[in-house]
Design a protein around this ligand. Structure first.
Ligand SMILES: Cc1cc2nc3c(=O)[nH]c(=O)nc-3n(C[C@H](O)[C@H](O)[C@H](O)COP(=O)(O)O)c2cc1C
Length: 188
């Protein structure tokens, strides 16, 4: 069976982002049945219908982003928590992919969410606000295991890699479960 292509969308634009480091670690732990590409969101103009309606041509970055999501079998989100919700950059990417009306690129793509925070609650608020959008966008969402990575700064070594077996084992179980579920859930 050919490997399933998974887009990795990271909600932090910071170059030293812990979410990005965890994304790389999870990719490294994944089974060969999945291949990954990180789809960047930092260059997407803030969504405004005027930029693509009434004869306007959508910004190229939007069109390219939409195409890259269309081309994958599933989506893996890594999100920080900003003020108990998803960062604006990530919400904007969700909005851009959801339009024009009736042509959402998210529909039917099996998704999973990892929230990563230095705080004790592991980005629960961001994780669940993202889930709320997924329901409307008709994205099947991995329910278990839930991945709220709290105290994240203490779980990474100076090399940016996970520094303990417990976290590595948990994320291995997470990505293996996602991989098995994608096999049965992905459309193609
Ligand atoms: C605007 C803003 C709001 C934040 N709000 C929260 C929050 O509600 N909960 C939380 O755990 N951390 C919060 N933080 C701290 C982030 O978790 C922290 O900056 C984290 O490193 C972001 O993830 P990153 O390392 O991937 O960029 C906030 C940070 C910013 C910049």
């Amino acid at each position: 069976m050919p490997a399933k292509k998974i887009a990795v969308v990271i909600g932090s634009l910071r170059k030293d982002s812990m979410n990005r480091k965890f994304a790389h670690e999870v990719i490294a732990l994944a089974p060969p049945s999945l291949t990954f590409e990180i789809v960047e969101i930092g260059e997407l103009a803030i969504y405004n219908q005027d930029l693509e309606e009434n004869g306007a041509v959508a910004p190229q970055a939007w069109t390219q982003f939409r195409q890259r999501i269309k081309d994958v079998d599933g989506v893996l989100f890594f999100t920080p928590e900003y003020n108990r919700s998803t960062p604006a950059a990530l919400k904007n990417a969700i909005d851009v992919g959801s339009r024009p009306y009736g042509a959402s690129v998210w529909s039917g793509k099996p998704a999973a969410i990892v929230s990563v925070s230095p705080g004790a609650t592991g980005g629960f608020g961001a994780n669940h606000h993202l889930r709320q959008s997924m329901v409307f966008l008709d994205m099947p969402l991995l329910q278990q295991p839930e991945a709220y990575i709290g105290g994240a700064a203490n779980l990474l070594g100076p090399d940016g890699k996970i520094n303990n077996d417990g976290t590595r084992q948990f994320l291995k179980k997470f990505i293996d479960t996602y991989a098995a579920w994608v096999e049965t859930t992905a459309k193609k």
